[in-house]
Design a protein around this ligand. Sequence first.
Ligand code: ZN
Length: 199
Amino acid sequence: MYPKSFDNLITLFEKLPGVGNKTAQRYAFSLLDKSQDDINELVTNILSIKNIKRCKICGFLSDEDECLICKDKTRDASTIMVVAYPQDVVAVEKTQSYKGSYHVLNGLISSTKGIYPEDIDIDKLINRINQNTKEVIIATSPTLDGEMTALYLDKVLKDKGVLVTRLAHGLPMGSSLDYADDLTLIKALDNRRKIDENH
Ligand code: ZN
């Protein structure tokens, strides 16, 4: 019914996660009302998404080899917070209560999904650990996969003689880190503990 290009746009929106046909149509209609400048800006940003890469140190998103966090010399590189996804870095940064560095695994170990330690960026993390590393804070979500990944990391990092801590369970079980509110995250960070203390 719609003109072909409008229909195509709806089909493309429908390919985005969580977008059904109704929402896709709403997006297409909302673009129809935008100014030419707004459309140009949107198109430019979509085109440049392929220039975004992973930071070669921590795995966070960056448009250069090193991300803004790794380049920031005021941050404490001796503390590394390990998270599953780039969104988790943003969630912790929002709290403004952490000044160390990060390591993004880009996934979690999962027996149900068949994801093994070698499938995520654990090797890169181990290679980063050196005599200057004081603490590794494991901040994977309190889900089954998050816990399994935390236990695995604790085991391999202990051999490196580094202090390994885990975010406290102020976080609701089964929840994802980037859905936690700031206060809950700050508390979980303050009350982090060694993994062994719970076993
Ligand atoms: Zn980085």
